[in-house]
Design a protein around this ligand. Structure first.
Ligand SMILES: Cc1cc2nc3c(=O)[nH]c(=O)nc-3n(C[C@H](O)[C@H](O)[C@H](O)COP(=O)(O)O)c2cc1C
Length: 359
């Protein structure tokens, strides 16, 4: 098999034809406008990157209680839906596809970011180590409030409403963010979930929130429009599991039955840079389209396609710095270096001003 041609050729994935197998990974950039509404600058940024086989947007809040950072977009208000509509129209006009990542941060927040200075919510009242990013700078995380069992259906409903809003905004689909230490991940892992109700304790119970959100979202918009993101061994946001391989094997088994468009897996730990789990095992168990992420460049991506380690690869920092990344990959051209100082917040600098190959 000529893997180079394969990666750069259109790929039929569920009902979609991706122009290539390089997906733009979700990247929080903290540049939404007032009311956490996407603005013209954001439209330009995504438009520039529409050469990706698929764009997955930055994580976007499903409700006002889901917010954890300044300047991150939501998908719960009519203004936000309208703001996103300009993004999806621009990407579609360029022949691209775009999914929105649905986000509830859980305990990775701060009262100053929440309605009525509310206490952040979580599976259990366990304070994460570290600091929240607030409007006035970093502040220590506070101890979250454990959600009551009766509150959980309303959160599942928030995911459904957000997914329906995403359809109204013209998205091709949604990605359920169950990674990186945010709310769903806090339920999945035993370091942050000490509940004694049906959402905690046994492995099956810890998986229940993700199961319910997945079932409710696919019922609302269809499994072929839904992906799920996991990060089995990431300790980012102070999250841990005593046996991640067993936990996430079970997650992959659970998700395998739904006909989802893809499973998106962050391979490795952002903090240590190590990747020790058997990700092939997750891919084997899920059975459907497996999207790998975490330090994939051109060479590693082609190897993964060749040896069956991935069906799609998502790329974060390189897409951030190279709007025409796929063109550069195809030509074997040099890449712009990502500038960490402008990752989070600010304006056009380090956002829409990375040069194209031929500009
Ligand atoms: C600036 C920045 C913002 C990120 N925002 C998100 C996000 O909103 N949602 C998410 O799931 N991951 C997020 N990530 C993680 C990336 O999607 C990706 O997993 C990580 O950068 C590793 O992939 P890479 O080596 O290709 O960059 C972010 C990473 C960076 C560098």
């Amino acid at each position: 098999m000529n893997t180079t041609i394969d990666a750069f050729s259109p790929a039929k994935i569920g009902p979609y034809t991706l122009n290539n197998r390089f997906v733009m990974a979700p990247l929080t950039r903290n540049r939404a406008g007032a009311g956490n509404v996407p603005q013209p600058l954001n439209v330009e940024y995504y438009k520039q990157r529409s050469g990706a086989g698929l764009i997955i947007t930055e994580a976007s809040q499903i409700s006002p209680m889901a917010v954890g950072y300044p300047g991150t977009p939501g998908i719960h208000s009519p203004e936000q839906v309208k703001g996103w509509r300009a993004v999806t129209d621009a990407v579609h006009a360029k022949g691209g596809l775009v999914f929105i990542q649905l986000w509830h941060v859980g305990r990775i927040s701060h009262p100053s970011l929440l309605p009525g200075n509310a206490t952040p919510v979580a599976p259990s009242a366990i304070r994460p180590d570290g600091e929240a990013f607030t409007m006035t700078g970093p502040q220590p995380f506070e101890t979250p409030r454990a959600l009551e069992t009766e509150e959980i259906p309303a959160i599942v409903e928030d995911y459904v409403r957000a997914a329906k809003n995403a359809m109204d905004a013209g998205f091709d689909g949604v990605e359920i963010h169950a990674a990186n230490g945010y709310l769903i991940d806090q339920f999945l892992r035993d370091g942050s979930n000490k509940r004694t109700d049906r959402y905690g304790g046994s492995l099956e119970n810890r998986l229940r929130l993700l199961k319910e959100v997945t079932e409710a979202v696919i019922t609302a918009i269809g499994p072929e429009k839904t992906g799920v993101r996991l990060s089995p061994e990431n300790t980012f946001n102070d999250i841990r599991d005593s046996d991640p391989q067993t936990t996430f094997n079970a997650v992959a088994d659970m998700l395998a039955g739904y006909g989802l468009l893809y499973l998106h897996v962050v391979e490795g730990d952002f903090v240590s840079g190590e990747a020790k789990l058997d990700y092939r095992e997750l891919k084997r168990r899920f059975k459907g389209v497996y999207m790998a992420n975490g330090g994939y460049d051109l060479e590693r991506s082609l190897k993964a396609f060749e040896y069956g380690g991935a069906d799609l690869v998502s790329i974060g920092k390189l897409f951030l710095a190279n709007p025409d990344l796929v063109v550069r990959f195809r030509k074997g051209a040099a890449l712009n270096e990502p500038d960490q100082a402008t990752f989070y917040g600010g304006g056009a600098e380090g956002y829409t001003d990375y040069p194209f190959l031929e500009s």
